[in-house]
Design a protein around this ligand. Structure first.
Ligand SMILES: [Fe+2]
Ligand SMILES: [Fe+2]
Length: 367
């Protein structure tokens, strides 16, 4: 019996030292994992090749890592952070259990006889602790699973709604562009006038600080600026000779006609389109039409399309004139700053001119 006791003590001593070494290693690993998590979150570019690091964590078959794997669309650095935290957490659990076992063995080595009720009780307690850890892990996993699944359903639902909205928008855009094309053909502005005006308007709106949604709304709305020409007699629109005062007055009415056509149509794009149709020939100095509105009375959308429309009219060939050289057209717009055109819009035009010119070149008419 004495021999057995001394053997067990020796073994106990062995285990104690092993536990101390394991504890030091584990603490080191936990610290490293936490540092890695910190880097992943705050300095992701210092991590090097994200995939290499991720492979280390992927080995660890913990609940958090599995969730990080399941979430395919999260950024690499967040995934690595989750993996590192999962590592630190499970290492902490192992550290806790090992520490307990170390304490039991230390007690055993110190005592008269290793076979005491105290050691037996402690070992039982330690096994309870391990069971608890396992249960907590499973429960946590279950809760996280439900949580992530719930999000998955939410996203699925959102995606279905988004798809329907996209389809509606696509149909609406197609209809709008068809109308714009019909108008274009009727008013003898062949080519891509409407597309260019739309693109210039979007660029100017962005330059003036509108967000992408607003700028895109104006892009689409601007295509209908001359929709009122559908109600102007073709003989006047197509007349090759100089127009009489009455005929010119009739042409000017395309603004109010446009406003009326778009009056009762619902939707944000249509509201902007109506404003643009009404105001794209107004001037800040009050000499525009149909109402002779001044400065702030004219909407920013109307002011933007006014510049886009005139710039494109100048740089395009029409039945009654040749296309102007783009520098000359640019100067003409700048000359109108504050009188024919809104000063802020012209300044945006000057700043964004490289982009506008690029759009003009990429949307040139076929001939
Ligand atoms: Fe017009
Ligand atoms: Fe136009």
């Amino acid at each position: 019996m004495e021999e057995t006791k001394s053997h067990i003590r020796k073994l106990g001593n062995y285990v104690r030292w092993l536990v101390i070494v394991a504890e030091i290693v584990l603490i080191g690993v936990i610290i490293l994992a936490l540092i890695a998590a910190g880097y992943a979150l705050f300095k992701p570019d210092l991590l090097g090749d994200a995939n290499d690091i991720w492979e280390i964590f992927e080995e660890e078959n913990s609940v958090l890592v599995n969730i990080a794997i399941a979430m395919e669309n999260i950024p690499d650095n967040i995934r690595i952070m989750l993996g590192a935290l999962a590592w630190a957490l499970s290492m902490l659990g192992v550290l806790f259990v090992i520490h307990k076992i170390g304490k039991i063995f230390a007690e055993m080595v110190r005592s008269e006889s290793p076979f005491t009720d105290q050691v037996a009780r402690d070992l039982k307690k330690a096994s309870d602790g391990i069971l608890l850890l396992a249960l907590v892990n499973v429960l946590l996993g279950l809760v996280l699973f439900l949580f992530v699944r719930l999000f998955a359903y939410l996203f699925e639902y959102g995606a279905a709604i988004q798809k329907r909205a996209d389809e509606t928008n696509r149909i609406q855009e197609e209809m709008i562009l068809s109308f714009a094309e019909i108008t274009e053909n009727k008013s003898g502005q062949t080519g891509k006038h409407v597309k260019r005006v739309a693109e210039y308007s979007r660029i100017l709106a962005t330059e003036l600080g509108m967000d992408a949604v607003e700028a895109d709304r104006l892009r689409l709305a601007s295509t209908m600026h001359d929709i009122g020409k559908l109600l102007v007699p073709s003989e006047i629109l197509d007349k090759p000779a100089k127009l009489t005062d009455e005929e010119f007055a009739e042409i000017k009415k395309h603004t109010t006609y446009g406003g009326k056509l778009l009056n009762n149509v619902e939707g944000e794009v249509m509201k902007v389109a109506r404003t643009v149709a009404l105001e794209h020939h107004e001037r800040p100095d009050g000499r525009g039409y149909p109402e002779g509105k001044q400065q702030e009375a004219i909407s920013i959308e109307g002011k933007i399309v006014a510049v886009a429309d005139v710039y494109d009219a100048l740089t395009s060939r029409r039945s009654y004139k040749d296309a102007w050289d783009d520098t000359k057209a640019y100067e003409e717009i700048v000359k109108g700053k504050g009188t024919q055109f809104d000063a802020a819009v012209v300044e945006a035009f000057e700043r964004a001119y490289p982009k506008i010119n690029e759009a003009r070149l990429s949307l040139q008419d076929a001939n």
